[in-house]
Design a protein around this ligand. Structure first.
Ligand SMILES: Nc1ncnc2c1ncn2[C@@H]1O[C@H](COP(=O)(O)OP(=O)(O)OP(=O)(O)O)[C@@H](O)[C@H]1O
Length: 454
């Protein structure tokens, strides 16, 4: 099946997944295998029952999706009972018939399993740029993807917004799925876990819910800080967590802070989060930002001149998602106007973004700038460690956050590793008095103000 045909089938299953309940999707759509032969979409069902039901209830919708997505090129459906041959090492690369049929089945199968697991195929290790800031997290993720349920369990990835935690989790899931055709992987945002659990409770299906999550080979839960304050969900997750760990299945978790500092979680859960391996992702340094820009530009089919990449990387420092947004805007602008992407063009096209960026000094930006200034890691700045070499820069960063942003004291405390608002208040007062008595602090403060408002 060509890339287009795979994309067509992926489109169909993603649409149906959004339209159907997960029970319907898992029962009727998930077992199907697909193949495109000219204008024909051939669907293989594992048995007569699935075939009849799917044809009766979903054929019209599937045909509609196919026609629309393929712009009329695929316009017929054909259902059969059966299974495409899987590719084995003995059929790999042999004659056209075995090769093409086998690859087709594997591709469509993988696409279906990926959709069922909520995984994005674009988030993989090939598209993840390595830098000092994410080296350890990347290496640990690769290790786990190759050897799930092994030594590092759970893997806990933490770091600020938009720095690649989700990307790495998907990459782990994608490798596990691709290397084991029987592996069951589930990626979920913690809020979705909570929502599904509530739905299961309302519909008297909590036993099914438990069974589903306790029978996976890899469970990837994003942003676990959102479990805070949700006791019933924590309880359920705690048991799922234990069951998976006991049966040596892999767990990967992410959060915006270190496990011990996720507030609003039961202590037993917090301590378990730290049982395996905990790795940080920090904001990228300039070189990594530039490399990421080049990588994303290539994916968009453009080549970015070096000076433009450095300009964008230097000016947009808060997170990688924003870096990507700026690049997309640049590429779209160049496309519409037909102009080449030069430095002048970039300055012009990104004017609004940069003005907004400059005005709105973000908390991440302050943390990252202060960390760079004192040659620390952002994660240390947010940690509970109290050594003087960390405490003073942290207080400075909090004071700068109060001065340069509109965030409240509790919000600032929250962003600095879940600290209390009184800690922030104390920091601002302390820095105010130190600036009057200590020339070095005054100079640091002024330097940082200048860098942040440049
Ligand atoms: N090292 C990297 N190489 C390539 N792309 C990256 C890298 N790090 C992050 N990205 C990209 O940046 C975007 C944001 O990353 P991601 O969604 O993984 O962030 P996150 O840390 O999970 O953020 P959040 O806390 O908001 O969930 C994605 O498009 C991702 O592909």
């Amino acid at each position: 099946m060509s890339g287009n045909a795979v994309a067509l089938w992926e489109h169909c299953i993603n649409q149906l997944k959004a339209e159907l309940t997960s029970a319907e999707f898992n029962t009727w759509i998930l077992p199907l295998q697909a193949r495109v032969d000219g204008p024909l979409l051939r669907l293989l069902a594992p048995n007569r029952f699935v075939l009849d039901w799917t044809r009766k209830h979903y054929a019209d919708r599937l045909l509609e999706l196919c026609e629309r997505h393929s712009q009329g090129q695929v316009s017929q459906l054909h259902f059969e009972v059966g299974e495409f041959a899987r590719e084995t090492s003995s059929t790999k690369g042999k004659g056209a018939r075995a090769g093409s049929t086998a690859t087709t089945a594997i591709d469509s199968d993988l696409a279906t399993r990926r959709a069922a697991a909520n995984l994005n195929a674009d988030f993989n290790f090939d598209t993840f740029v390595e830098g000092k800031s994410n080296q350890l997290a990347r290496a640990a993720s690769i290790q786990i993807a190759r050897n799930p349920g092994g030594t590092y369990n759970p893997l806990f990835i933490y770091g600020g917004v938009g720095l690649g935690k989700t990307h790495l989790m998907h990459a782990v899931g994608n490798v596990i799925l691709a290397s084991n055709p029987n592996a069951r992987v589930v990626y979920l945002h913690s809020e979705r876990f909570v929502a599904e659990m509530i739905k299961a409770l309302q519909n008297n299906r909590i036993e099914d819910f438990k069974k589903t999550y306790r029978s996976v080979n890899a469970l990837l839960i994003d942003d676990v800080q959102f479990f805070a304050g949700k006791e019933r969900s924590q309880e359920e997750f705690f048991h799922t967590f234990n069951a998976l760990l006991e049966s040596r299945q892999q767990i990967v978790l992410s959060s915006d802070r270190f496990p011990k500092e996720v507030t609003g979680l039961e202590e037993r859960l917090r301590s378990r989060f730290g049982w395996g391996l905990t790795v940080a992702i920090d904001p990228p340094d300039l070189e990594t930002s530039v490399a990421i820009l080049h990588c994303k530009a290539t994916q968009l089919g453009v080549t970015l001149p070096e000076d433009v990449a450095f300009f964008v990387g230097r000016r947009i420092r808060s997170n990688i998602r924003e870096l990507e947004g700026a690049l997309r805007r640049l590429v779209a602008n160049a496309h519409f106007t037909g102009k080449p992407i030069t430095l002048e063009f970039a300055k012009q096209a990104l004017r609004d973004v940069l003005v907004a960026q400059d005005k709105q000094v973000s908390l991440e930006n302050i943390q990252r700038t202060v960390a760079e200034y004192y040659k620390l890691r952002t994660s240390d700045l947010l940690s509970a460690k109290r050594s003087r070499s960390l405490a003073r820069p942290r207080q400075l960063a909090m004071a700068l956050a109060k001065e340069l942003t509109k965030h409240s004291l509790p919000e600032i405390g929250h962003a600095f590793g879940g600290r209390d608002h009184t800690t922030v208040l104390h920091a601002t007062r302390k820095i105010k008095s130190l600036r009057e008595s200590d020339a070095a602090i005054e100079e640091d403060y002024k330097n940082l103000l200048r860098i942040l408002t440049l």
